[in-house]
Design a protein around this ligand. Sequence first.
Ligand SMILES: [Zn+2]
Length: 154
Amino acid sequence: MKSKPANTVNILGLTYTVERVPYILRDEYRIGQLDPEKQEIKILDSLSEELAAQTLLHEVIHGILKQLKFFDEDNDEKLVQGLALGMYDCLKDEPSVIFNLTHKRRKSMNKKQTSPQVASKASKILSNDHAGKNTKSVAGSALSQTRASGKSKK
Ligand SMILES: [Zn+2]
């Protein structure tokens, strides 16, 4: 049994582990960090759920910018934080509205909503018989829509 619950988020075809940790760096106060090599996001444990959610979005945006090689933008903390807070504000009250809209739109658009690169990566995983069930389900959700949380445990 794992000592800490681990969640994952998909960032443009990469699966990142999200973990709440008691501290991130010993010598520096940080509330979140994304490690692109380990595909890991750490969020400070002591943050409120609201701040933790904003911080997770902040780190996810870093991940997206890195993956797209927007390195100048990735170093622009004001831009990253602005996008994170904007997304948080937009999603916090009724995230299902956005997903419902994309769901309806997807039906009429014949499943063409993900970027071609991500879709092709995900499709390769889905068509690979050696890929595990979890990998396939991750790829499947990359093909449809990324959800940071809220998976039903039922
Ligand atoms: Zn940052």
